[in-house]
Design a protein around this ligand. Structure first.
Ligand code: FES
Ligand code: FE2
Length: 471
């Protein structure tokens, strides 16, 4: 099958099986029905059309030609996250963002505005700035000293007499489009791109009840991975892999009761999963409802699983666990959680925005992921992960720490603790998936996806097909 031939989206809502729950391992909608607090209407929406069963051609992950076209049609034209605003808090602070062999420079100016530039010296093309930094007054190229101010104006070049063809006003750094949402700085290399708001559609409405701009960076890890960026992100778009990849989580994560939703709004495309947490999976041999509570409680306290038996007596179900979490998190972050429903205190809720941005939602897993091609190469990508915590209701938020940069063989766990084990388990598969896809025998003619549990992977490909076929 040609790489870009896929079935089109079928809008009709078909009645088909969408996961299951049991008495001890309910699905998410059953749990949500028991929540004592009001769950936001957007969280209760359900939008899971039958997207069909087309195979995904392996060449989408491995072909150089497909990758090159993706660079032109996606990476040079799409909105993508660079960093958090709190990672460049002062004028002159700047962040170097590399994607698919291109480099961009994002700057906070003296007027506290953000600017995005192609990170290249317009003299003879040296990369202008090698790495992120703080408090710059401007940027001087290390080769012949051509210099630009923070607003991108050419400020100085030696031997002016020798460049009769250079008019300073035409030699400003080439700008990208730039915008912010939820405390994130986004760029689009296409300076004439339509606004970020068009690209996000109604997704910001979903975050009104849990504003990301009221959070700050606890840590930010960037890891290079030897796999295509889609192999990377797809490892996080479904909970189906929990059974084999994260078996230790089955005692407290009912992955089969996950709700999956997709929203295709034309210009905007996003999706979501909601996984019941603090309930045992039906796939867990020894899991019990109380054991699930104890395991989540231990995890949240940074304890080992075998220390879960010290669970206090007044925590015995999801409601009491959520109440304990409201209280302990409230003390830790100096913020008020009294209105937050149990679902948003405990469950794993994650959104995806085309092409590569995954903000989680709620306190269950307050993470952000992004995947992007590293070099001009379909076989490598960068994963960015941020842990965001709610900022104090009053007073300034703490300053963001430096980015932790990891190579393909480095592990997450030594840097971020117990949660790192989960990433390391996911990461263990990715290079092997890439190798396997390169070995694909050709029959069947592509990768097979579950109709419901892997619908967000299929949705990504359907949107990608559309974007790639736009001239
Ligand atoms: S290449 Fe930058 S100053 Fe010459
Ligand atoms: Fe995983």
């Amino acid at each position: 099958m040609p790489i870009d031939t896929m079935s089109t989206i079928n809008d009709t809502y078909n009645d088909y099986q969408k996961g299951f729950g049991t008495e001890d391992s309910p699905n998410w909608r059953e749990l949500a029905g028991k929540d004592a607090r009001r769950i936001p209407a957007t969280l209760l929406e359900e939008n899971s059309p039958n997207l069909g069963s087309a195979k995904i051609p392996p060449g989408r992950y491995t072909s150089r030609d497909y990758h090159r076209e993706e660079v032109e049609k996606v990476w040079k034209r799409t909105w993508q996250v660079v960093c958090r605003e709190d990672e460049i808090p002062n004028p002159g602070d700047h962040f170097v963002y590399d994607v698919a062999g291109m480099s961009f420079l994002i700057v906070r100016t003296e007027d506290n505005e953000f600017k995005g530039y192609w990170n290249v010296c317009l003299h003879r093309g040296r990369k202008l700035v090698d790495k992120s930094g703080c408090g710059a007054k401007g940027f001087r190229c290390a080769y012949h000293a051509w210099s630009w101010d923070l607003k991108g104006n050419l400020a100085y070049y030696p031997g002016k007499w020798d460049f009769p063809d250079v008019e300073a006003e035409k030699f400003g750094l080439r700008e990208t489009a730039i915008d912010t949402w939820g405390g994130f700085i986004f760029i689009n290399p296409d300076a004439n791109a339509k606004p970020l708001a068009n690209h996000m559609g109604s997704m910001p409405k979903h975050f009104e009840s849990w504003p990301l701009e009221k959070r700050h960076t606890l840590w930010h890890v960037q890891k290079r991975i030897n796999a295509n960026w889609k192999v990377g992100i797809e490892a996080f778009l479904e909970a189906y892999h929990v059974v084999q990849t994260h078996p230790q989580a089955l005692s407290s994560v009912a992955e089969h009761g996950t709700q999956y939703d997709v929203w295709d709004e034309g210009e905007a495309a996003f999706s979501r999963l909601i996984t019941p947490t603090a309930v045992p999976s039906d796939h867990s041999k020894e899991g019990t409802p109380l054991g699930a509570i104890a395991d989540v409680w231990a995890l949240l306290n940074g304890l080992r699983m075998d220390e879960a038996n010290s669970l206090p007596e007044d925590i015995y179900d999801r409601a009491t666990l959520a109440e304990w979490r409201r209280h302990s998190l409230g003390e830790m972050t100096k913020a008020d959680y009294s209105d937050v429903p149990d679902a948003m205190m405990l469950d794993s809720i994650q959104y995806w925005l085309f092409p590569n941005f995954c903000p989680w939602f709620g306190e269950g897993l307050p993470l952000i992921y992004q995947f992007r091609p590293d070099a001009d190469d379909p076989d490598t990508c960068f994963m960015d992960v941020w842990m965001l915590v709610r900022s104090p209701d009053e007073g300034p938020a703490p300053v963001a720490p430096e980015v932790i940069r990891l190579g393909p063989d480095d592990k997450f766990e030594p840097h971020i603790g117990a949660m790192g084990l989960i990433f390391d388990q996911d990461d263990f598969n990715m290079p092997q998936v890439q190798e396997g896809l390169k070995t694909w025998p050709g029959d069947p003619d592509g990768v097979t996806l579950a109709r419901y549990q892997e619908m967000r992977v299929r949705f990504l490909h359907q949107i990608l097909t559309r974007v790639m076929s736009t001239p």
